[in-house]
Design a protein around this ligand. Sequence first.
Ligand code: ADP
Length: 273
Amino acid sequence: MSISIGTTKGENKMPKMLPRHGRIKNIIGVISGKGGVGKSTVTGIIASKLAESGYRVGVLDADITGPSMPRFFGINNQRAEIIPLGNKENEFMFSPVKSSLGVKVMSMNLLSEVEDQPVLWRGPVINGVLNQMFTDTAWGELDYLLIDMPPGTGDIALTVMQSFPINSLIIVSTPQDMVSMIVKKVVIMAERLQVPVKGVVENMSYIICDNCKEKHRVFSKKSAEEHAAYLGLPLIAELPINPDLAEALEEGRTETYAALNPVYDALGARAVR
Ligand code: ADP
């Protein structure tokens, strides 16, 4: 017996949604098979690097139930404005919150009153809200919109891949066979839905020892190239486990830390090349 995700190759014929208040040149989805591998962190790093290079950048936090982009950008105390358009109750647009480098961020956590309140909605409602966050945000002119995708191959990820005009997907993984196996499901899903995949970012690849300054691959003896080959994807970058990054996140200064750190230069450049 074989169980599939219910889509066959070539079945991505759904009409694509477009933002109503802006023009976006490139939409890049950042996705992983499973939570906690650093998908949001990688999204934030790429956005920070692109903004630092002078591009006009936006971030849509499509991880509705686990939104973390406001914290990355240190804007979690701010709220997105809801601007009425005309007199009709359901006619409005969201004004995204701008980070210190000018990244326009839209996230469920910028709409909810209290940051730690859970979203207790079922799939169709989440899908509806997410669609609105994409189409009804005042993005303006953007060179890149990065979408921090929900983890996994579930309902929401499926909707985003089918109905958002994504130009390329970046897959985030960690060097563990179990994670690679789950990530491969995302790769196959993207292939079936005919969404082009740019490559894989291997996060937490190694740690540099404070004393001997050597790289230690703590999770796997295999190289990042070997893991990428298993996924059948080009390797975009391998990133270290970086305690300074985690500290920057806790202090709400990750954006400038990432933008100015040369360790992330290759990721920023290759993500859009
Ligand atoms: P995901 O979006 O895949 O669920 P996150 O990006 O939220 O994962 O990362 C999970 C946690 O791991 C966060 O606290 C983040 O700061 C931390 N983290 C991610 N990547 C790294 C890294 N390379 N070095 C140190 N901490 C990291």
